[in-house]
Write a protein of this length. Sequence first.
Length: 356
Amino acid sequence: MNSDELLMQRCFQLARMGQGHVSPNPMVGCVVLNPAGDIVSEGYHQYIGGYHAERNALTAHGNEGKDFTGCTLYVNLEPCSHYGKTPPCADLVVEKGIKKVVISTTDPNPLVAGGGILKLKEAGIEVVTGVLEKEGRYLNRRFFTFMEKHRPYVILKWAETSDGFMDIDRSANPHGNYWITNDILKTLSHKWRTTEDAIMVGTNTVANDNPSLTARLWSGHNPLRITIDRTGRLPHSLHIFDGSTPTVVFTENSSLQNRENLTFVNVDFQNLLPSVLYYLYQNKIQSIIVEGGKQLINCFLQQNLWDEARRLVGNLNFGKGLPAPVIDANPDKTEFFGDNAIKYYHNPCSRTLTRQ
């Protein structure tokens, strides 16, 4: 690994510090080297509405009056060239006298899309792109999916027993929770919720399990809760309908009324998943975890509208019950937590959503 790649790895490290706080913006880190090759400043995008990584590196932490003339700036995403919640970073880089900029990935946002690089080059700055580009795209896979496929990044997640069941036989006991995995994986699942924008479950999961779908076992934000109630059969006494966390319910029952933090959205159930994902895209929801049930997860699998899957495998045996979804592929990675495991899958050919 050469020095450019090592410094870009540092940009990735810094960028990850913003995970769960910057959506729908990308995660970005920045490192500045003086002409002697010493790191003189670093920064990252810390929260939505706050300064971008380049501005934090060049103006924060007492750097306001520092001379950056002739320095090299490393950043994992092309500096922005438009006014949003903050001024263009490309203009600031030019103003500070930066001599060279090294970038991992160009920005797919149509408001930028090479405009930042063009500004830098027109100002006489040397620009190098594509350093660890594959890794840079993976870091911001949610952002790239959102911009390029016009939908959120979709993560399918479920737990199953060692004999392949995701739920008990409900014919005898239609209600109640039956935990399959250990407490470590339960806590990790709550941590995941803090890093994604939304979480979705199907009608039967809400009716059977009455989940709260919050991140109560980990510090961080609660995701937007999403479910389906086609006819309005779910009682409003369920946890998902409480007003403490925003909830969206997709339905065909136009008589259902919005309440505080509860929004009913009428959709065409013949085109359900594309309608749901496009609604989320329009509302700047960059990522979503789909936690079940089987019918909903299988719909995402069958329509190829998923990007990542996480199978949590416990050591219990149900003997009979609801079979878990099946992915016809080997996992990209498996992690073990005691006698439980997580199998990770990535979909290299996930579907682009046609604009509606």
